[in-house]
Write a protein that binds this ligand. Structure first.
Ligand code: FAD
Ligand code: UDP
Length: 381
């Protein structure tokens, strides 16, 4: 069997590239996906109670890029939503991320942005260039709020202290002194109207794209001839861990269906200091689905190991140093593209992965105009 492109993984990275290559270049693509579905971690499905659930944790689409909205809008309409969450600690629900409402809860009376700013100026630790996730929070709000909301959540999620993680990890969470209580700040916040899986189905519906589920790259690599490989799985696995295993963090999702319309007051409640789980997600709040029952999912962080998925690369200097060895080797490959969250070992959101895939497509398009760069490359060629 001969294909122009062999693509490993049917998540955002693999699917966007297959769609572009098939429709814009008229080349054939075989996607192999070792799970039993398309969509990667963004996969959603209707459970037995008919509730649309995000199978691998909540996926809140957001972006500032009009180009990415325009691209994805070819495959879906959108359900606009402002993502809102709460945090549970010290025996009560708190407005989260930290904003003026949270501050009022803390001091027990009405306040103003000016008062909150003056108070934070007192609490803040003077650090000009935060070097880690602890510094990025204490330099904005001081120790008390850091300890209430960030310290233990981060330890639970990553099994590391915030001071051993890049500033970008906790720095993802906005801190505001106004009443904007949205979890995210990007200008476009919406979910695909009929779900992610429906969007992927449309993206991959093309006569030049073949998708084989339940198929690991290792099973097909000597059986399929291809001109170029696009690999979106873990890069250390591709190279048989030759420089050592990259660290990842895994999760266990525990769903529970309840015969009531809603379980909690928002789509997500974080538990920084109580329980072994980090959050309870009730995605029905976000999808807008109307049903008499609901499904909640508790998320338990776990070590990565056999039988577990590598959900999160670990954004920290030690992990990055190891990744750079793989990246160096990958850079010398002429007929392989490493694209996506696991192949580039980056804690990226969906829109960033779409952007990365579109950029790689442009690079491939230019390269393909050089005939010598496009020769059959598998051992079966
Ligand atoms: P993936 O979705 O991981 O796809 C890679 C695919 O490759 C997988 O399906 C895997 O099975 C397959 N594969 C790997 N190796 C092989 C092999 N050897 N053979 C065959 N197939 C293989 N992003 C947001 O924008 N908003 C959010 O709210 C958000 N929440 C998240 C919550 C959680 C719990 C997680 C884990 C991620 C979240 N993300 C979120 C990030 C989002 O999931 C990623 O940015 C995006 O899905 C990455 O796409 P990808 O194609 O790079 O990788
Ligand atoms: N975080 C925290 N407390 C919270 C929420 C987040 O300490 O209540 C930290 C934690 O380290 C987490 C990171 O901020 O891993 C990013 O949070 P986000 O909700 O963006 O994580 P994701 O949805 O990617 O798991």
């Amino acid at each position: 069997m001969k294909f122009d492109f062999l693509i490993v993984g049917a998540g955002f990275a693999g699917s966007v590239l297959a769609e572009r290559i098939a429709t814009q270049l008229g080349k054939t693509c075989l996607i192999v996906e070792r799970r039993n579905h398309i969509g990667g971690n963004a996969y959603d499905r209707y459970d037995e109670a008919g509730v649309l659930v995000h199978n691998y944790g909540p996926h809140y689409f957001r972006t500032n890029s009009q180009r990415i909205i325009d691209y994805l809008s070819r495959f879906t309409e959108w359900h606009g939503i402002e993502y809102k969450i709460f945090s549970w600690t010290h025996g009560r629900f708190w407005q989260f991320p930290i904003n003026l409402n949270t501050f009022e809860q803390l001091i027990g009376r009405p306040s103003t942005s000016e008062e909150m700013e003056a108070q934070l100026a007192e609490w803040r630790v003077a650090i000009d260039n935060p070097k880690n996730s602890e510094e990025v929070i204490v330099s904005q709000v001081g120790w008390k709020l850091y300890e209430m909301f960030f310290k233990n959540y981060t330890r639970k999620q990553w099994q590391r202290d915030a001071r051993d993680l890049d500033p970008t990890v906790c720095g993802r969470i906005p801190i505001r002194t106004n009443r904007d209580d949205r979890y995210l700040s990007e200008k476009f916040q919406a979910l695909p109207k009929n779900g992610y899986t429906a969007m992927f189905q449309k993206m991959l519906k093309h006569p030049l794209i073949e998708v084989r589920l339940n198929t690991d790259y290792r099973e097909v690599r000597t059986q399929v001839a291809f001109r170029h490989l696009i690999f979106t799985g873990p890069i250390d696995e591709y190279y048989d861990h030759c420089f050592g295993h990259l660290p990842y963090r895994s999760l266990r999702f525990e769903p529970e269906t309840l015969s009531q319309e809603f379980f909690q007051l928002a789509m997500q409640v974080n538990y920084p200091n109580d329980h072994d789980f980090t959050r309870i997600v009730e995605i029905k709040h976000a999808t807008g689905q109307q049903l008499p029952s609901t499904t909640i999912v508790r998320e338990y962080p776990e070590n990565f190991g056999p039988g577990r998925e590598p959900y999160y690369p670990i954004p920290a200097p030690d992990a990055r140093a190891l990744y750079s060895k793989y990246a160096e080797r990958a850079a010398s490959e002429k007929k392989i593209s490493f694209v996506g969250r696991l192949a580039t070992y980056r804690y990226y959101n969906m829109d960033q992965i779409v952007g990365m895939a579109l950029a790689e497509f442009e690079r491939l398009r230019v390269n393909l105009q050089r005939p010598e760069s496009f020769v059959l490359s598998s051992s079966a060629a």
